[in-house]
Design a protein around this ligand. Structure first.
Ligand code: CAA
Length: 301
């Protein structure tokens, strides 16, 4: 096993779709022991049962031996609090898209983790630079050498959903991120079987700065009655060979997540091309979040 990344144990914070997927590829592909934490024990249970299901499917399709599946599963353990992550070499935070929540988490990380551990965030649009500044403990100057060393361990490591299937990780450097943090994070993503692209720390990075206006435009086409949801999706699926149409993709990502990303893009750039459509705002007001809770542009069982 290559340890160019130096990650002997990984911590994952958040056991939703993204956190669970990251835990799985790390345990299975990078063969790294993973400690996962979520404040909701039900969420952890749900996440681990998805891991079991995906491993069993790979075994049944002959892509994995049952011994390898068992080894991967045995590498994943649950911890009850942040203190349980104190000995890991890297944490990937995959909680919901909220800057105050991420700032709070990173502020508490710095105190709990080993001083050389990498602090990665799976955010899809929030400024890594802001998150890195929050990792510096209160009372310590952000301009001090010590403060810069702490912030230099923060990086954006953006996985895509579904993590076991999607081949990309987007690596985002904050203003403060050190070269060593970037290199080790890249090596770790490669060990997880991913191809890595890099982006500067701009709102939405490369991926969502391009994807979200596309999704939003599709929603506005629906809103204006230009075409039905099916015709919009079919046009993009069959006309452009996209695996999903933009409305299906929005449901898949989560309408609340799409709106949060679009707001970050709009507020971060002031550019009207990123203004979320009223229909998306209203659907989130109605708590129609897409696949995750059964109702979005389409209905799900
Ligand atoms: N977790 C793990 N594996 C999954 C999965 C999930 N949630 N959903 C589907 N898969 C697997 C299936 O098990 C299947 O695997 P096998 O080939 O081993 O059987 C494979 O994906 C194909 O699935 P299906 O045959 O059921 O369906 P499909 O061919 O329609 O593919 C899809 C499903 C892979 C999701 C495909 O529709 C797709 O690629 N869609 C686009 C996804 C995409 O664009 N993701 C990025 C979203 S943006 C993002 O994540 C970042 C952000 O910041 C918002």
């Amino acid at each position: 096993m290559s340890l160019a990344h130096g990650i002997r144990t990984l911590g994952v914070l958040g056991a939703g779709q993204m956190g669970t997927g990251i835990a799985l590829v790390s345990a299975l592909r990078a063969k790294v022991p993973v400690l996962i934490h979520d404040r909701s024990p039900e969420q952890v249970k749900k996440g681990l049962s998805l891991v079991d299901k995906l491993l069993a499917k790979d075994v049944s399709k002959g892509r994995l031996t049952s011994d390898d599946a068992k080894d991967a599963r045995d590498r994943i353990a649950v911890v009850d609090d942040l203190k349980g992550l104190r000995d890991v070499d890297m944490v990937v935070e995959a909680v919901s898209e909220s800057l105050p929540l991420k700032q709070k988490i990173f502020a508490s990380f710095a105190a709990e983790l080993k001083p050389e551990a990498i602090l990665a965030t799976n955010t899809s649009s929030i400024s890594i630079t802001k998150i890195a500044a929050a990792a510096i403990p209160e009372g310590l100057s952000t301009a001090s050498k010590e403060g810069q060393t702490i912030a230099g361990r923060v990086v954006g490591l953006h996985f895509f959903n579904p993590v076991p299937v999607m081949k990309l990780v987007e690596l985002i450097s904050a203003l403060q991120t050190s070269e060593d943090t970037l290199n080790r994070s890249r090596a770790f993503a490669i060990a997880c079987g991913k191809q890595v692209t890099t982006s500067k720390d701009v709102p939405g990075f490369v991926s969502n700065a391009l994807l979200m206006p596309f999704i939003n435009e599709a929603i506005m086409h629906l809103e204006k009655g230009i075409a039905t949801r099916e015709d919009i999706d079919t046009t993009l699926k069959l006309g452009m060979n996209h695996p999903m149409g933009p409305l299906q993709l929005a449901d898949f990502i989560g309408l609340d997540t799409c709106l949060a990303i679009q707001k970050t893009l709009y507020e971060g750039t002031g550019d009207s091309k990123y203004r979320p459509s009223v229909l998306l705002e209203r659907m989130v007001d109605a708590q129609w979040y897409g696949r995750k809770n059964g109702k979005g542009f389409y209905d799900y069982d």
